[in-house]
Design a protein around this ligand. Structure first.
Ligand SMILES: [Zn+2]
Length: 347
């Protein structure tokens, strides 16, 4: 019997060359140029580990995770490390990032080059499932997407509303989603309160735009569009779900489940990337959700590599420990059956 392939539905391999200088800043000071500095590249991780250990700071955790990617100059190096953590033939949905419009400066390498580099890499490593990052504010969004899909075999679209646009954006609604439905392309969207956001506005407006309920109208208009809300609401919302009974049903985690179950959106998925790295806290509840026949077909395995790089739980152990914790039946549901349905891949 041949072993099934694992599908990791949520990974990143973009590097420091693809992020603007003020992508991360500390009290107004841009950190990326510091992280790029060759002298510091070797010394910083150890110092950072010590500070994180004492401060338990979310922000520094993010800095350290990104720092890991800043060590690589090529997406290929990043990808090879990722692949080394999984069995051979594991497939990876790779999600690029277009960070040019977040108000943090211009990246060294623009999104077109990032997409081209990824397209070339996917030809060498057929395990890669490349998605296109579409920022609807970039001119010619549809023409760019068509080229990536029709000439380079891209398989889906990534959007990231905290960067400054709405899932109901006019270009997305009138051009991008209709094209995706016609071509059977799935949508992946960032749906947690963590991660990066535009520097130009209050965090609250980014949060409102990223909320799971913002997708209701999109799904009503495009019922055939397969939508994945990444991160299952995110770690903070899972913690809130456990800690505050008065807010439980309002958490993004509960909202996503309700959109799937009570409101019956049949092409809505969610992935467990990053959130699953708080393994002890979150995997038991995940296992209970997976026994629910309505939710079980809609949850996808993903890791968010390299964003969780600095969590105490390691990517190397993730698929093994998760398989042991969930058991064969549930593991292969989220790591193979559901991803293939979401991606539209027949084996
Ligand atoms: Zn991500």
């Amino acid at each position: 019997m041949t072993e099934k392939q694992i599908y990791n539905c949520h990974t990143h391999i973009f590097t420091h060359r693809h992020v603007p200088n003020r992508y991360l800043s500390l009290m107004g000071m841009p950190l990326i140029p510091v992280l790029r500095h060759r002298f510091l590249r070797r010394r910083l991780p150890r110092y950072l580990q010590m500070v994180i250990f004492w401060s338990r700071s979310d922000f520094l955790n993010r800095v350290a995770a990104f720092y890991h990617a800043a060590m690589f100059d090529r997406q290929e190096d990043c990808y090879c490390e990722l692949a080394s953590f999984y069995p051979p033939k594991t497939r990876f949905v790779v999600l690029p990032m277009d960070l040019a419009y977040m108000g943090a400066g211009t990246p060294l390498v623009n999104i077109d080059r990032q997409h081209e580099e990824l397209a070339a890499l996917a030809k060498v490593f057929p395990e890669i499932i490349p998605f296109a990052h579409i920022d609807p504010r970039r001119p010619d969004a549809l023409r760019r997407l068509r080229t990536l899909v029709e000439e380079h075999g891209f398989k889906g679209v990534k959007i990231y509303p905290p960067l400054g646009y709405d899932p109901n954006d006019r270009v997305l609604m009138t051009e991008i989603y209709p094209y995706m439905v016609r071509n059977g392309l799935p949508l992946m969207s960032h749906c947690s309160q963590g991660g990066v956001a535009t520097k130009d506005e209050a965090a609250e407006s980014a949060r409102l735009r990223t909320h799971p309920d913002r997708y209701r109208h999109v799904m009503d208009r495009f019922p055939l569009l397969r939508v994945c809300l990444g991160h299952f609401g995110g770690i903070r919302q899972w913690t809130l779900y456990f800690d505050d009974p008065t807010k439980r049903e309002l958490t993004w985690q509960a909202r996503i489940r309700s959109l799937i179950k009570e409101e019956g959106y049949t092409n809505l998925y969610t992935d467990i990337s990053y959130t699953v790295f708080h393994f002890q806290d979150n995997v038991p509840l995940l296992k209970i959700f997976l026994e629910d026949p309505d939710l079980a077909p809609r949850i996808l395995f993903g890791s968010d590599y390299y964003m969780a790089y600095n969590e105490r739980f390691s990517e190397k152990r993730l698929s093994i420990d998760l398989r042991a914790a969930l058991g064969e039946r549930l593991f292969w549901k989220i790591a193979n059956d559901n991803p293939r349905r979401y991606l539209g891949i027949d084996e």
